[in-house]
Ligand binder design. Structure first.
Ligand code: AVJ
Length: 325
């Protein structure tokens, strides 16, 4: 069965085979895992936008409000920026707010959008079209590859990389350091990195954020099973898997899992797999690391960057850190 056009308007062969390869690797492993980026097809991206509206998920609201307040100061700290790269812009709403004071300058701005979701790229491009003098370049790619593409392009002034929304939280500590190091390597002296990241907070608050009472996050998580059905002709029965969020205090992360409610076998022909689940066995679909402000500063410092300023929203417990190379 081929994925229907309604659900899969844009699945380049390279993308679907990359999905198949990750599924083959992740579901044959023990414990079973899937990289979080596969959560974001058209439905997953729409569900994530809905999560951002939930009262239990404060990240997006807090960061948007901070960007509205701080963008003029950020723009003043980086007077020569003409080239902005955002890793994972989503709807583009936050980038539009960050860029507003930059776009009021005479210089033309180029915004490089890096996202695994073509639907997110469409939305972000539409959002940015309300800013005059901003030229948008799309990079349909994972962060590392997109960063390479975006920073290989010639630029006329300074560069700012925006890595917002606690997207860094999906990376384990080693890979997170490696990604910040590659960002730092793409910066010249005077260029900036704006890092938005969520802070450690009480377990109850975190569990409500990642297992919300409306079940939107559960739907977002389970959609990856539906995506395997659509794109890899798998036969997951969604009702036989439960969404679970757990706070792993030692590791400092929220984990999302899809827990098999019973012993079962699932066929994933598109990945050449038959997967056996025991009762209670899970697929680990995402980590969302939570930080302390000092830990975020150290991350940049380890990569050779300097902290210009750090703003912390004390209520939402969210931090924006501006680094310069
Ligand atoms: C977009 C990766 C930052 O980890 O908080 C939201 C994704 N997962 N609810 C996060 C997500 C469950 C989100 N990031």
């Amino acid at each position: 069965m081929r994925p229907s056009a309604a659900f899969a308007p844009e699945i380049p062969a390279s993308q679907s085979s990359a999905f198949a390869a990750d599924v083959r690797l992740g579901l044959a492993a023990s414990p079973k895992t899937l990289p979080a980026r596969w959560l974001y097809d058209a439905i997953g991206s729409a569900l994530f936008e809905a999560i951002c509206l939930l009262p239990w998920y404060p990240i997006t609201r807090a960061e948007t409000a901070m960007l509205d307040r701080m963008a003029p100061e950020i723009a003043r700290a980086l007077p020569s920026v003409t080239d902005v790269v955002e890793l994972g812009p989503g709807s583009g709403e936050k980038l539009a707010r960050l860029l507003a004071p930059f776009a009021r300058r005479a210089m033309r701005l180029t915004a490089h959008l890096v996202d695994v979701s073509p639907d997110a790229l469409d939305a972000a491009e539409r959002t940015l079209s309300r800013l005059a003098r901003v030229h948008v370049v799309r990079h349909h790619a994972a962060f590392e590859a997109g960063l390479r593409q975006a920073t290989a392009a010639p630029r006329s002034g300074g560069r700012l990389v925006a890595f917002l929304g606690s997207n860094i939280g999906n990376f384990d500590p080693g890979p997170a350091d490696a990604l910040i190091a590659s960002i730092a390597a793409a910066l010249a002296p005077g260029d900036g990195l704006l890092l938005g990241a969520d802070l450690v907070k009480p377990e109850r608050v975190l569990l409500d954020a990642y297992d919300d009472p409306l079940g939107v996050t559960a739907a977002f998580n389970r959609n990856v099973l539906a995506r395997m059905n659509r794109e890899l002709s798998a036969d997951f029965e969604l009702g036989r898997f439960r969404h679970r969020a757990r706070w792993n205090a030692e590791a400092g992360r929220v984990e999302m899992h899809l827990v098999s409610a019973e012993a079962q076998q699932v066929r994933v022909p598109g990945a050449g797999l038959v997967v056996t689940f025991s009762e209670g066995e899970s697929i680990w679909t995402e980590s969302s690391y939570k930080y302390e402000p000092e830990g975020l500063a150290s991350m940049g410092i380890r990569a050779g960057l300097h902290v210009v300023n750090q703003w912390v929203d004390a209520d939402a417990r969210f931090a924006l850190t501006l680094f310069v190379r």
